[in-house]
Design a protein around this ligand. Sequence first.
Ligand SMILES: *Cc1c(COP(=O)(O)O)cnc(C)c1O
Length: 403
Amino acid sequence: MTKEDIPFLDLITVHRELQDEFVEVLKTALKSAGFIGGPMVQGFEEDFARFCEAQLCVGVASGTDALRFALIAAGVKSDDIVLTVPNTFIATTEAVSQAGAQPDFVDIDPKTYAMDPGKLSEYLERKCRWNTKTRQVFHNETGRPVTAVVPVHLYGQMADMDPILDVCAHYNIKVIEDACQAQGAEYFSRKDNRWHKAGSMGHAAAFSFYPGKNLGACGEAGAVTTNDGEIAQTCRLLRDHGQSKKYFHDIEGYNGRLDAIQAGFLRAKLHHLPKWNEQRRQAAERYDKFFAGAEGIVTLPYQPSWSRSVYHLYVVQVEDRARLQKQLSDVGIGTGIHYPVALHLAKAYEELGFRLGDFPIAERSAAHILSLPMFPGLTLDQQERVVTEVLKSLSVNSISELK
Ligand SMILES: *Cc1c(COP(=O)(O)O)cnc(C)c1O
């Protein structure tokens, strides 16, 4: 890497800046040798619940565990159907399968990249029937009940929760937010006329603290947030081998606990998260401004009036994505693709029998999206250079030509 190179994500600077705080956390942990659970985990859980405006938080070992535990605790059972979107990280659908259920998909809104609530209604109305006795909705073809929906707050922006919650309440379906990319994102509910934080709206929500997320551990970590005491209690059992107290196993669970040291690091970093999210928003605004005028050539992220995104990623669409990515890489600019294969077409899901054309919006976006450098501390100069190189590659001569 040369000095002019611009990484897709800079994780080094922030950890260097906070080194002293992290050393204090380590010293505290070493003093008590309480490496699993204990006051550091509890302290983080309380702080993170407050941050999300949720009543309860259960720290776990990863975002994948958080999703799996939340689904099981919400009552998802073997052979149920759980609906999500095709354009997410595979952990979303892995958690569904690992809970014993079968993932199925609804397509996304082309502008927000999140679940299209209209298509969710359509799925439940056209492909399913309501059983008054069991108060469940059953998929016509397979006879399986649809018991949960997992909207994914992708790239740091929340899905349109009002209509999703409405239709799910109507059909007695649980809503588990995949908030792994959306720590601090907000949604304006037209129904209650106020803003809500990601992780406070569904029956439960899953967060990942994988290092590259907006709030990242120095290793693996995750959390479930919920306002439902029973869901929280079941998640606490599930993360710790089903133990209500040591060696008294109420159910079979998993080893899915949150390390005390990671909880301590996360608690220290959580204080900085509002500032970091604000820096991401400012960086996104600057990109938006620099690209203004290139509409039709570069499709920019769309933020509806009901959304305050935390820009986990800044994702654009261009016609020839492969060429742009190669040219940026040639001049030392890092990019990413989140994600190149819509999950219904992934090899892992071959047996589900989906075909190209089943979810055209997700498929089209998978072919054209490109994530540009985005992290707190990304400078104006770096962004100007990214935009100049993007426009050069797309044969638009300079930023000023567009002004
Ligand atoms: C990161 C991520 C996950 C998984 O989290 P891990 O902590 O890596 O297990 C799940 N869903 C989405 C959308 C993610 O971005």
